[in-house]
Design a protein around this ligand. Structure first.
Ligand code: ZN
Length: 293
């Protein structure tokens, strides 16, 4: 009898299982996870809304909370070095998914155009700005959620497929919106836009700061001013949570127009499942808005 009961309990587990407690590194990742989990499943985000993903310090309470989670979904140490050690010492039973390591992810390297900086190389982690990557990651998120919570596997797979279709639809409309600007050159604050400019046919943006959004040196600012002079850029964009004066200084006297602030890490969009869509369409809107003036 005891054997029968425990067998029943084992069989019943998936249907009664609670969705896992999911922790995400950034609001962007949380948005993708939220799309897959659906309504009513809160996702804890380690990076406060609007903070720089590159320079955060994890609070001790967050580090402790991570050990009680069911699943950590994060981009990778190239984006959030402050999460690397905690992710490397997770308690047994806390699963993790590193999005940059999902097979098939399109990865680009820093420095292909900004190449004079010897200390500036490696993988550019802002890979969500290629919508094809985001679609791929939805499927990977659904699979890892299903492994933790098999009773809801079908729901996760269905949600991921629907969200993937919504991203494909948005991507098609953004391609049409940005098509008139093919080959345009932009000035931006930090080196975060390579995936976006590649995907939408813009020239690689000239970044005032490096990929980790640190303040540029005087020598770098001077080199940037020279490049801007020859690149024929029409628009420059400050960035949320960074000092717009750095971009202003770089374009001073060049006649380049200043566009609306960009938010490549989702700092200005409302948190939640819709954030990814707001981020992409907001960026396209700001770029199109300035280049069309
Ligand atoms: Zn960044």
């Amino acid at each position: 009898m005891r054997i029968l009961l425990s067998t029943l309990a084992l069989l019943a587990t998936p249907a009664w299982a609670e969705p896992p407690q999911v922790v995400a590194d950034t609001p962007v990742t949380a948005s993708l996870v939220g799309q897959v989990m659906g309504d009513g499943a809160p996702v804890q985000v380690l990076l406060p809304q609007g903070a720089s993903a590159h320079h955060h310090q994890m609070r001790p309470s967050d580090a402790r909370g991570l050990q009680d989670a069911g699943l950590l979904v994060w981009t990778g140490p190239e984006l959030t070095p402050w999460l690397d050690r905690a992710a490397g010492s997770l308690a047994d039973g806390v699963a993790q998914l590193r999005l940059l390591e999902v097979p098939g992810t399109h990865l680009r390297s820093y420095g292909e155009e900004q190449g004079h900086d010897h200390d500036h190389g490696g993988i550019d982690p802002h890979a969500w700005l290629d919508p094809a990557n985001a679609r791929l990651w939805l499927t990977a998120i659904a699979e890892v959620l299903a492994a933790e919570d098999p009773g809801n596997a079908e729901t996760y797979a269905r949600n991921a497929a629907q969200a993937g279709q919504r991203i494909a639809d948005l991507d098609a409309s953004l391609k049409a919106q940005l098509a008139p600007h093919t080959g345009a050159s932009l000035v931006v604050f930090h080196d975060a836009y390579g995936y976006f400019t590649d995907h939408y046919g813009l020239r690689p943006a000239i970044a005032v700061s490096l990929g980790d959004a640190s303040a540029p040196s005087a020598a770098r600012l001077s080199a940037i001013r020279d490049r801007i002079g020859t690149a024929g850029a029409a628009c420059a964009f400050p960035e949320y949570a960074s000092d717009p004066k750095l971009v202003q200084t770089a374009i001073e006297g060049s006649g380049i127009r200043m566009g609306d602030a960009l938010s490549p890490e989702g700092g200005t969009a409302s948190p939640g499942p819709g954030l990814y869509f707001d981020l992409l369409s907001g960026m396209a809107q700001a770029i199109d808005g300035c280049l069309s003036r």
